[in-house]
Design a protein around this ligand. Sequence first.
Ligand code: FE2
Length: 282
Amino acid sequence: MSRIREVSRVILSQVASDGAGVKLRRSIGSGQISELDPFLLLDNFGTENPDDYIAGFPSHPHRGFETVTYMIEGQMRHKDSIGSEGVLGPGSVQWMTAGHGIIHSEMPEQTEGRMSGFQLWVNLPAKDKMCRPRYQNIEPENVPEVELPGAKLRLIAGEVESDTGVVKGPVTGVATDPIYIDVMLEAGGAFEHAIPEGHTAFAYVFEGSVNVSGRDVAQHHLAILGQGDHVRLSSETGGRAILVAGRPIGEPVARYGPFVMNTPQEIQQAVRDFQTGNFLAH
Ligand code: FE2
């Protein structure tokens, strides 16, 4: 039986700053909603004022979860503690599984113009929290674009049916079995998509206005979806949203800044490891 996922809650993202003063809009991980299992944080950065991003995110650690960066405009240089380095350009994706520990910096590679995109934090189950770090760096040309009547998609994770068959997103092997789609709707366009029952799901509107399963959601708002097996996005005037879903983990969350573990003891261990230089040695 088909049941549409209605919007259970709409949250206006909050203007915040992070890193060395990068201005952004935070929805998940803000005072309004601290987490949405398995998602721990959602930041939308987007500005044409270099003062808002130029200081970047200098060297910082992560342990116990995944950071997913989706660049829409602009360039960011990524450099980490195990020697990998590269530039994330417009349309690219980095799905980073921090596992037991990574220390990295994310710095703008430009001094003028617009920079925009998303960073999403996805939790890891206890059994994977201390895994070896893993990167999935996906160049823009490897993010499939699917043209549908009235809608264009960029498919980062999950599957979409098109007239040429099933298209699969490039991100694979993630514990929470995620869906991540950038949905661009023309005026009058609509897109319907299946989401497995039990998955946590949301849409974040970052351009125009999008109707999510019957409810109008304005720019900068997060729409959390209730249970069901599919969602419908449409727009009268045109709009753009990311549609994201993942299997909840259902474990205790102990969180301190860039460390997300299951218990306070594991957090203390992470802080100790970081302070004593043992963070990367496991
Ligand atoms: Fe980071």
